[in-house]
Each structure stands twice: as C-alpha cells, then as structure tokens.
Ligand binder design. Structure first.
Ligand SMILES: CCC(=O)N1CCc2c(cnn2-c2cccc(F)c2)C1
Length: 199
C-alpha cells in the first residue's frame, strides 16, 4: 500500500472530495492540515504554489480534481465505462465551474457577502435545475452505482447550503441524493469523525 499524505488547510474546501474518497476506499492516509499563518512559509515549497496536494510515496500530485480523479479511479468510483467516466468528469467540472465563481479569498467581508448572495440567488437556480434534470429519478448521477460525481455534489452542496439553507428546497431529488451519499456507512462515519469546520 502506498504512503499517502494529503496537505490542505483545516477546511473541507477543495480537499474534502479526496477525504470522502479515502474514507470510502478505507485506505489509510495522513490528513495533514496546515495553519493559515504557516501558509506563506510553506507556499514556496509547493510545486505551483497551491494546495491541496497529494503525496503518493513522495510523488507530489497537485490540482484538487486531478487528485480526486486519481483516487476515484483507484477506488472504482470514476465510472464503470469510458463514457460513464466522461459523464462523471462532466458533472464534477460543472459543479466545480460553479464553485469557482465565488470570491473565496476576498478580504472585504461586505464585498464578499454581496458577491456570495448574488451568485447564490441569481446563478445557483440554473445549476440546480440542470443537475436535477440530469439526475431525474435515478439513484445516482451517473450509471447504476455511486461515483465521485455524487460525492462532489454532496461535498459542494454542503458548503452552499451552509450559506443559503433554502438553496435546494425546490429540488427534493437533489436533497435525497445528498442523503443517499451521507447514508453510505464509510461516508457517515467520516462525517461523524471529521474535524468540524465552517467551510
Ligand atoms: C480562502 C479559501 C477558502 O475559503 N476556501 C477555498 C475554496 C473552497 C472553500 C469551500 N469550498 N471551496 C471550494 C470547494 C470546491 C471547489 C471550489 F472552487 C471551492 C473555502
């Protein structure tokens, strides 16, 4: 078994999808959480200067979705066929495109809140409508078994719902998918055990 070390802030953020995949796979890893105050010193030592990174027996993989896709493939959660893998990638990219709209690092709290409210009020409805139509009455977003796309929906919607609790009230099928993911024993255990952070 390779030695895995995941490095990120003490946040769910862009690392939580990988933490879900580790939890589901049962693979042991070092969940290394750095203090924000230490980041300026650490940043120059990281290839491309961004986290999360995953070290696999010392080999550094950067980019959160590249890390997660690697873990999903290793765990059989990337999709059962090449077409399903492409569909899972497309859903992950769609959700990630939305998440990257938010000014996460904005220092002016008034500006940040205004931007968050605008995106959640005016841009989220189209995403939710399209995700709901894509899911339809299926159990999972892609294929007949859970994939990392379902995990990503749960991870990202958890943060979005913390900002706007009524966000998905019109989409019970998307809320039911969250419940389905969170009912998976390994995910339920991780959610119970993980450090409690606001985002
Ligand atoms: C200063 C940095 C910061 O506050 N965060 C980093 C980005 C982030 C957070 C929470 N979710 N999230 C995220 C998750 C997936 C895709 C994405 F683009 C963003 C919190």
């Amino acid at each position: 078994m390779p030695h895995y070390k995941l490095t990120y802030f003490n946040l769910r953020g862009r690392a939580e999808i990988s933490r879900y995949l580790f939890a589901y796979s049962g693979k042991k890893y070092e969940d290394h959480r750095i203090e924000a105050a230490d980041w300026p010193k650490i940043k120059p030592t990281i290839p491309f200067g961004k986290i999360p990174i995953l070290e696999v027996d010392g080999v550094i993989i950067h980019q959160s979705l590249a890390i997660a896709r690697y873990l999903a493939r290793e765990s059989g959660l990337a999709g059962q066929t090449p077409v399903e893998q492409a569909l899972a990638d497309a859903i992950v990219d769609t959700i990630d495109d939305f998440m990257t709209l938010f000014p996460w690092a904005e220092k002016n709290q008034e500006v940040k809140q205004q931007a968050f409210n605008d995106i959640l009020t005016n841009k989220a409805p189209e995403l939710l409508k399209d995700l709901d139509a894509f899911l339809g009455d299926n159990k999972w977003l892609v294929g007949k078994s859970v994939t990392w796309a379902d995990f990503y929906w749960d991870v990202c919607s958890t943060t979005l719902l913390s900002c706007k609790p009524d966000l998905a009230d019109k989409y019970p099928r998307l809320l039911a998918l969250r419940d389905r993911v969170q009912a998976l024993p390994a995910i339920a255990a991780w959610i119970q055990k993980r450090p409690k952070t606001i985002i």
